[in-house]
Design a protein around this ligand. Structure first.
Ligand SMILES: [Zn+2]
Length: 484
């Protein structure tokens, strides 16, 4: 029997504001525990929340980027539960009137795991969203050997919750969804979405059912995933586990599971319990929010999104869809390319240098495009030197390596090292004459029809010119002389 997996994700994204959602405390990551706190985010009695308008604008901006409907009016509610990392005994969230509804995330081929890119089940798939709402993050617990510590620095950080429709069908699609979403969030500047820093966290709902069965299987939730590759592995494990259980004739129960990354398996956290009743009610300290003003500001901040950028790169710069995909993958890399390609005769060559030599030099040296020692204009200069025939492609590699290590300009290095390519025809003619005179046997061979001898003779010209002769010109002149 064939089984189908149905996956829905709930993604929590920390917004990149300077201060917290309802107080002026900093959201800086990595500060000493409990140094960014105040009565509001510690939940002390009588403290009053004040809305962070930038967080509202960023959520609306996210909604616009993901094609959501923005609610004209939204409000904040109290979600009541008792937990040590939330001392007011409620979390301020949005319940029935969230800021954004519906929307979608387009999945791009390159967003799939590398090993799955050749075998994409549904190319150009879009995953639809249910809603995006805004809430406050809770504090973070640290479990020590005999005690638990709570750090309230995180408490009150603006947090967006993005909920998908259950229409993801494989671990690879979940991977592509998170990668595509993360890219858009970074493009919009709303979050750095760094999963290692907990800026993007994910709960996965996954159920498996026989293909012929219409209703969904038991919903099993995997909590608190903190890496995209972990999500893929956890889902693969869980789909396999559920399928095997169904094949044995077991009945699966709704439950919440955790993921043990080291062991590579999920484990039961709690089994089906009566659904939580959080007793949501509107927070009386916060007035409802009108979106009108937020919208005007957010609209002006919608950037060109990855999909549009890829299409424009292909059209404007005549580069391949694959190259456009890799360049647009990283908004900083895309910016670098555009700056370098602006003055280039053949932007395709600029793209090649970035995607091959530059990226490999960056990864070898552990640098990113943001601290690249070669400014984009300098790369353009190098490409132009090669295109105009001043230096050969091979010499270009040498100049590139020097540019990368010293930060000097291409023309300056060419001048300094005297590696300019010799394109002066009369000088090359002289070298050719010398070579022809000194090598009667290969010359005779060529004239007798052995074409390979030309390469030998060309090699001699290059040697004589100490590698400076323009190889193409040398070949042309030699051949002309030998045939005359
Ligand atoms: Zn505070």
């Amino acid at each position: 029997m064939k089984y189908i997996a149905t996956i829905g994700l709930e993604v929590h994204v920390q917004l990149k504001t300077r201060s917290k959602m309802f107080c002026a405390c900093s959201v800086e990551f990595g500060a000493a525990p409990n140094t960014h706190t105040c009565p509001v985010c510690l939940g002390l009695p009588g403290a009053l929340p004040v809305m962070n308008h930038e967080a509202l604008r960023m959520t609306v901006l996210t909604g616009l980027m993901l094609d959501c409907e923005i609610a004209p009016i939204s409000k904040f509610d109290r979600k009541n539960y008792f937990y040590p990392d939330m001392p007011k005994n409620y979390q301020i969230s949005q319940y029935d009137m969230p800021l954004c509804a519906n929307g979608r995330v387009p999945l791009h081929d390159l967003a799939y795991p590398k090993d799955a890119q050749k075998n994409i089940a549904t190319p150009d798939k879009e995953v639809h969203l249910v809603r995006i709402h805004l809430e406050e993050d809770v504090a973070k617990s640290f479990h020590f050997e005999t005690s638990t510590g709570i750090d309230f620095n995180r408490a009150g950080t603006p947090l967006m919750e993005i909920v998908t429709q259950p229409e993801i069908n494989s671990p690879e699609e979940a991977f592509a969804f998170l990668t595509s979403l993360k890219q858009i969030l970074i493009y919009g500047g709303v979050s750095d979405a760094d999963m290692e820093k907990g800026q993007l966290r994910c709960d996965c709902n996954v159920s498996v059912r026989p293909e012929k069965q219409a209703e969904l299987g038991a919903k099993i939730e995997i909590k608190n995933m903190n890496s995209i590759s972990g999500v893929r592995r956890a889902l693969a494990f869980e789909i396999q586990r559920q399928t095997e259980a169904l094949e044995r004739g077991e009945k699966l129960q709704q439950e919440t599971r955790g993921w043990d990354d080291a062991a590579g398996e999920t484990f039961v956290m709690r089994t089906k319990e009566s659904a939580h009743d959080y007793r949501y009610f509107p927070d009386p300290d916060l007035v409802p929010v009108k979106s009108e003003v937020l919208l005007a500001d957010a609209r002006a901040r919608v950037p060109e999104l990855p999909k549009a950028k890829r299409a424009r790169f292909i059209e404007q710069y005549q580069i391949t869809p694959y190259d456009a995909g890799v360049l647009a993958d990283d908004v900083d890399l895309a910016r670098y390319f555009e700056t370098a390609a602006k003055g280039a005769k053949k932007p395709k060559n600029v793209a090649n240098w970035i995607l091959n030599d530059l990226q490999s030099a960056l990864s070898t040296s552990g640098k990113t495009i943001n601290d690249c020692p070669i400014p984009p204009e300098a790369l353009d200069e190098l490409v132009n030197l090669i295109e105009s025939g001043k230096i050969s492609g091979k010499q270009g590699k040498e100049v590139f390596a020097e540019m990368f290590s010293s930060g000097k300009g291409a023309a300056a290095i060419v001048k300094e090292k005297g590696i300019e390519q010799l394109s002066d025809t009369s000088a090359i003619e002289k070298f050719c004459d010398e070579v022809i005179a000194a090598n009667p046997k290969p010359v005779a061979d060529f004239k007798a029809g052995n074409a390979a001898s030309l390469n030998f003779l060309k090699g001699q010209v290059m040697k004589l010119s100490k590698g400076k002769a323009n190889p193409q010109l040398a070949g042309e002149i030699l051949e002309r002389k030998l045939r005359s």
